[in-house]
Write a protein that binds this ligand. Sequence first.
Ligand SMILES: *Cc1c(COP(=O)(O)O)cnc(C)c1O
Length: 401
Amino acid sequence: MSKNDDPSLRPATKLVQGGRRPEWTGDPRLGGGIVNPPVWRASTILYDNIADLKARGHATHDKLYYGRRGTPTVWALADALTGMEAGAEGTLLYPSGVAANSAGLLALLSPGDHLLMVDSAYEPTRAFCNSMLARLGVETSYYDPLVGAGIADLIRPETRLIFLESPGSLTFEVQDIPAITAVARERGVLTMLDNTWATPLLFPALAHGVDVAMMSLTKYVGGHSDVMMGSLTATRAVWPKLRSAAYQLGQSVSPDDCAAVLRGLRTLEVRMQRQGENGLAVANWLADRAEVGRVLYPALPGDPGHAIWSRDFSGASGLFGFTLKGADEAARTRFIDSLAHFGIGFSWGGYESLVVPSDPATIRTATRWADPDPLVRLSIGLEDPADLIADLERGFAAMRG
Ligand SMILES: *Cc1c(COP(=O)(O)O)cnc(C)c1O
């Protein structure tokens, strides 16, 4: 039993204690434990004799068998993530967030099945549905992220899975997840949520009726822009399917990478707290600027998703977008190129601030992104927000030319 199986513990305590089982952090023969689970690297596991080999072949989890099935470093991270989601049976780790999404969809869908995919999903998720899943005979339809309980009208007899992502990639619409999962449960349809923006700290997905919670650990959980990994945390009903698919697909992660992600996990609560505060400071400043059309950030009271976000989420991370009012592509480029304290780059959730241009209009199919103003996405880091704001002010000056 893991220390963080205790449901009375609060999330910050679980983040600190998760995965630190004595059998993973110390060797009783050495007389004690160390704080962090060591990096256990292995391909071959040696057995005492044939009886031992045979016995361990049947143990599918938490027992050394062969490197691909993990070592205690890997199990420690999986265990810590499972402890963050009440009602979770287990967590599987994948070499990236994209790998986690693809493996989850492959595990749960078969030829002839129908998938309902949110129109604001991360673009590579759509690409997987439109090519690989289509080739395998799974039909995907995209739905309006604001559909809410109206999802009931879109469910067909062959619908097996509803995929959610909230807030949505690039445009940050907040979905009514409890309304959708309630309909899904009633109709016997599974739900899977890309919970990368909030993490279970701000939105415990399984407690809101979701069956499979996905995260790109590359983002906030890793938190230091130096490791790629993804996870799926699932209920008891779904977990065995995910595990056998992961084994068949040969999905495994390196213990060195798990140690890096575990280090990030320990400080997730303080980083999320500060990045949310910094994000709100920058977003509030932007909202008052004449150069800005609108700020897409559910933490702002004026945001269309604010009411549902306030009801369901316990905070905001530091990732949001905003539009440049009446600007063109060249002006957006001048603005971004002039920033000194925002790196231009993909990914987000690291300790350092980032900026990228984004163009949702070309991605949507079920809904239309009609705003003509160019969009910018910011990932606000742990810098002093006053320095970031001064930088953005210089960016606006450069944009005006
Ligand atoms: C980045 C991202 C992913 C993919 O994660 P990788 O670790 O980069 O493969 C999935 N979903 C969302 C919402 C993301 O932002």
